[in-house]
Write a new protein. Structure first.
Length: 654
């Protein structure tokens, strides 16, 4: 992902940006004006962007001053010219409180903006660093146009202002947004890295003229889609302007390839990735510590395998641990000379290739364009996008923004650096949703009703799903081949999720038990259902309790003795609610047992009710123990709860 996002808060974080970020990631000397510090660092001044500038009296491309930054980002969301406005009102005789309030853009906020970092692909900024001046200007112009397009997309499709109680009202800012852009040339390691910091203010104006705050969560949710759009735009702009083409490059085996400029040697990418090597070396140590960490009792503290979520957090930790201190910034002219000399001496690439890098890339582009045609089939692209998003998202559930990001990645792969028709990504997403996706959203708020927050899954056949996602299948005469039915002898562990059938059954059973212990209706004190005669007739658990019928309540010991002697047997069922015929139906998992009554040593069993009878060995074990008189059985030789509990204990010990 080539677009990062961080939150800007008033206070210490804003001071960090004002002290270092706005001057090229260097260290700004104390009491040095912003313009002078940027000149010493050799970085250009910041520029204003966005459609909301006119409302604030600014214009696109205007220089960003320190007072404007302080008011908008450091003073919790004030007008960039708040000092001038307040001074004019005070001179006109307005009270200081009213003058201060006039200079504020709505309510004061702590989160004053977000920092989007845009950086092109490595092969693009290598051409920018090692090419001639014309190539550098073309790439910088393409980089700026791509950022402008992404900002326009955020203003039109992503940014939303919440207001009202609990943010129930959501409107798009009709006047647009305001952002300040600052350009940097190098990474902390000193290697070339063209990137821009876009400080986007969260302040936006509603239709009624009042100022509100942009929902920052929506910006975070759509960062991946914004990154995919930026990659597509900057690659197409550079390729069309310089006559280049893109090709897929595998960075990590088994992962999605990335699109890079064809003809640029990969050894040059390795030459710039010193930080990546340091992070990878630190990651190995952190992963070893993760899988070997133990608690005080000697058990593993984490999973024995590093998950994707844990790997992402460990990668961030490794990046912080190996982060070098910032070096003194140099002018771009000196940096370009040093980069070319360093690449010739240390990259392992021939000097003639480095000095003629653009010509080699153009020759590779001619071969690719002659071999690969940029034909986009919307129907096939919809299938590819829906399938990829369904597989990559855990649980097979996704939103429209996931489809949009994948559609843009698909277009980058197919177009190979050519420009596409506007709106083609939206058409692919619309085709994927209408043809291959199923809306499974159950919105409980106004936000859930919006198209961007509808929850989808793919319309695939159940037989195509992975085993861990396959829902329980009913067994019986119409359940299909026996090979597709779950084996009644193999317990299925509950997945533990809220939607798991076994989890729902367990919750229902616990609720029934707690109700029976407090009201005495429907179930005995130990959780077994009453017989129809005991509950006053009708459905078990819905009749009158013994207390209401004027009958003396039985103690728990009396109830257990009746269960053991077989006197408490409902019609057609054993004492604990299992079918009376067909062998054992106890809670250990016999045929015909209800899913909420079947247990196994590893946890609650859920899934289909097996149609086949229980295993003969299971019946033999119960029968032998009952006939031997070790544990009394229920009426008609059926096993009682003690038999099932004893069997569970034997299975645990085995």
């Amino acid at each position: 992902m080539t677009v990062d996002i961080k939150v800007i808060r008033a206070g210490q974080m804003y001071r960090y940006y004002l002290r270092e970020t706005v001057v090229g990631d260097g260290r700004r000397p104390a009491r040095t004006p912003l313009r002078a510090a940027q000149g010493e660092a050799g970085v250009p001044v910041g520029r204003w962007m966005g459609r909301g500038l006119a409302v604030l009296g600014l214009s696109a491309g205007e220089e960003v001053t320190e007072s404007q930054l302080r008011n908008l980002f450091g003073e919790r969301g004030r007008h960039p010219y708040a000092d001038r406005i307040e001074a004019d009102l005070l001179a006109a005789g307005v009270s200081p409180k009213k003058a201060f309030k006039t200079g504020a853009l709505g309510r004061r906020v702590t989160v004053t903006g977000v920092d989007f970092v845009f950086r092109p692909q490595p092969t693009i900024y290598l051409l920018w660093a090692l090419g001639d001046e014309e190539t550098r200007r073309v790439i910088e112009a393409a980089h700026e146009r791509a950022i402008t397009r992404v900002l326009e997309w955020i203003e039109d499709e992503v940014a939303v202002i919440r207001y009202g109680k609990d943010g129930i009202h959501r409107v798009w800012p009709p006047g647009g947004l305001v952002a300040a852009r600052f350009r940097h040339y190098e990474a902390r390691s000193g290697m070339p890295l063209l990137h821009d910091h876009l400080l986007l203010s969260v302040k936006g104006q509603r239709l009624d003229g009042k100022w509100g705050s942009i929902h920052s969560l929506a910006l975070h949710e759509n960062t991946v889609a914004a990154s995919a759009l930026y990659n597509e735009l900057v690659a197409s702009e550079v390729c069309e302007a310089l006559g280049l083409a893109t090709e897929p490059r595998t960075v990590t085996p088994g992962r999605r390839p990335v699109m890079e400029i064809a003809g640029v040697p990969h050894e040059l990418i390795r030459w710039t990735s010193r930080r990546s090597d340091q992070i990878a070396a630190c990651m190995e140590d952190l992963e070893h510590e993760y899988v070997t960490a133990v608690k005080d009792d000697g058990t593993l503290k984490y999973l024995p395998v590093v998950s994707e979520t844990a790997r992402a957090k460990l990668n961030a930790m490794a990046a912080r641990k190996t982060r070098p201190p910032k070096q003194k910034t140099l002018p771009l002219v000196q940096l370009r000379v040093w980069w070319k000399a360093s690449a010739i001496l240390t990259s392992g690439v021939a000097a003639d290739i480095i000095t003629s890098l653009l010509e080699y890339a153009r020759a590779a582009a001619v071969a690719i364009r002659a071999r690969v045609a940029a034909v986009v089939d919307v129907a096939l692209a919809a299938v590819d996008v829906a399938a990829t998003v369904f597989v990559m998202n855990d649980g097979g559930r996704f939103h429209r923004r996931h489809l949009l990001a994948e559609a843009r990645r698909h277009l980058v792969l197919v177009q190979r650096g050519r420009r596409r028709d506007p709106g083609l990504d939206d058409r692919i997403v619309a085709a994927a949703i209408s043809t291959h996706c199923l809306d499974i959203g159950e919105p409980t708020s106004a936000r859930g009703l919006e198209a961007g927050y509808r929850l989808y899954t793919a319309r695939w056949a159940l037989s195509d799903l992975p085993a861990r996602r396959r829902p329980p299948t009913l067994s019986g005469p119409r359940a299909g081949p026996a090979a597709t039915r779950p084996d009644s002898r193999t317990p299925q562990r509950c997945s533990g999720t809220a939607g798991c059938p076994g989890r729902r059954a367990e919750r229902s059973r616990r609720s029934d038990r707690s109700r029976s212990q407090t009201t005495g209706a429907g179930r005995t004190a130990d959780g077994f259902p009453h017989s129809p005669g005991e509950s006053g007739g009708g459905h078990p658990g819905r009749g009158k309790s013994r207390k209401r019928a004027g009958q003396p309540e039985k103690t728990s010991d009396q109830q257990k003795r009746e269960i053991a002697d077989g006197r408490r047997v409902r019609s057609g069922r054993s004492a604990h609610g299992s079918p009376a015929a067909g062998g054992p139906g106890c809670s250990a998992g016999g045929a015909g047992a209800r899913p909420q009554d079947r247990k196994h040593p590893g946890g609650l069993v859920h899934g289909a009710v097996a149609a086949a009878p229980a295993h003969p060995a299971y019946r033999t074990t119960i029968g032998q123990r009952s006939d031997a008189g070790g544990i009394p059985g229920t009426a008609q030789g059926r096993p009682g709860p003690d038999d099932c509990h004893a069997l569970d204990r034997r299975r645990r010990s085995a």
